[in-house]
Design a protein around this ligand. Structure first.
Ligand SMILES: Nc1ncnc2c1ncn2[C@@H]1O[C@H](COP(=O)(O)OP(=O)(O)O)[C@@H](O)[C@H]1O
Ligand SMILES: [Mg+2]
Length: 260
């Protein structure tokens, strides 16, 4: 079951640079939330704080009501560069996290085979990463994360390096597999369409220091398909998000000009 995550006044400065304004936000258990915002606005900072990889922040992160700081075993993280080990086969990559958790070899194999099936890679279990496409490597990274049965999945522009079609296919696949596990998901993307197509809510951040300006529920059927981005609900949301981001970009340009 997914966890509830609450950001209670979470704020991050890097010296004089204010990266993230005090943020108050809840992620409901089992929901898929997308986070969009201008480049450099603090999206990765926010995600890394939740992942326990960035600890120099103010405020509190609550997981199921209890303050948590630092990495958690039950949190899975997916980055843009597929985290795969080139000298290991697909199966051994999928089993890697279980190995570090000292899960017995037989059980490890069974779980790894199962997650590879779920991401459509069963036929490639014996392949090495260099024999795969970028999209397939990212599937391996997703399989590895799923293998530990996370209750919180944090993804930072996971499909940013992939072509448009692969991106849509993988996004919908990720959505399908995480729905089965009921994990809570925070998904950072620079694609507004992807955000709307995949999520239950879209959070829109301001230019740095990042602040959540909009929190929009996505009222599309649970069973998503690529054509839904053209639906009236989706296009309405996309327009609204664009309008907000456009005014953010303009504000950032004006501020930069004023500093010169
Ligand atoms: N370790 C760091 N040290 C100093 N500044 C940083 C560090 N990490 C990020 N920043 C700055 O914080 C701001 C937000 O960065 P980031 O969270 O990576 O943005 P995003 O993911 O939205 O593009 C940027 O201005 C960036 O330069
Ligand atoms: Mg980033």
């Amino acid at each position: 079951m997914g966890v509830a995550v609450k950001l209670d006044g979470v704020e991050r400065n890097y010296g004089q640079v204010k990266a993230l304004s005090p943020t108050f936000q809840t992620l409901e258990p089992g929901t898929f939330t997308a986070l969009v915002g201008p480049s450099g606005c603090g999206k990765s900072t926010l995600l890394d704080i939740l992942a326990g990889l960035n600890t120099g922040y103010q405020g509190r992160v609550l997981v199921d009501g209890k303050e948590h700081k630092g990495p958690r075993r039950e949190t899975g993280v997916i980055f843009q560069e597929a985290a795969v080990l080139p000298w290991r086969t697909v199966l051994d990559n999928a089993a890697f996290a279980l190995e570090t958790q000292k899960v017995p070899v037989g059980e490890r194999r069974e779980i790894a085979e199962n997650v590879l099936r779920r991401v459509g890679l069963s036929d490639f279990a014996g392949h090495y990463p260099h024999q795969l496409s970028g999209g397939m490597r990212q599937r391996v990274a997703i399989a590895r994360v799923l293998s530990t049965n996370p209750d919180l999945i944090l993804a930072d522009e996971p499909f940013g390096a992939l072509d448009e079609q692969t991106r849509v296919v993988l996004g919908l696949e990720l959505l399908r597999v995480v729905r089965q596990t009921n994990a809570t998901v925070l998904f950072v993307t620079h694609s507004i369409q992807e955000a709307v197509l995949l999520s239950d809510r879209v959070l829109v951040m301001s230019a740095r220091p990042g602040k959540i300006l909009l929190d929009l529920p996505v009222d599309l059927p649970a069973d998503r398909d690529p054509a839904m981005v053209g639906s009236p609900v989706a296009t309405g949301l996309i327009e609204k998000i664009w309008a907000q981001l456009r005014s953010e970009a303009e504000r950032a340009l004006v501020e930069q000009g004023a500093k010169r």
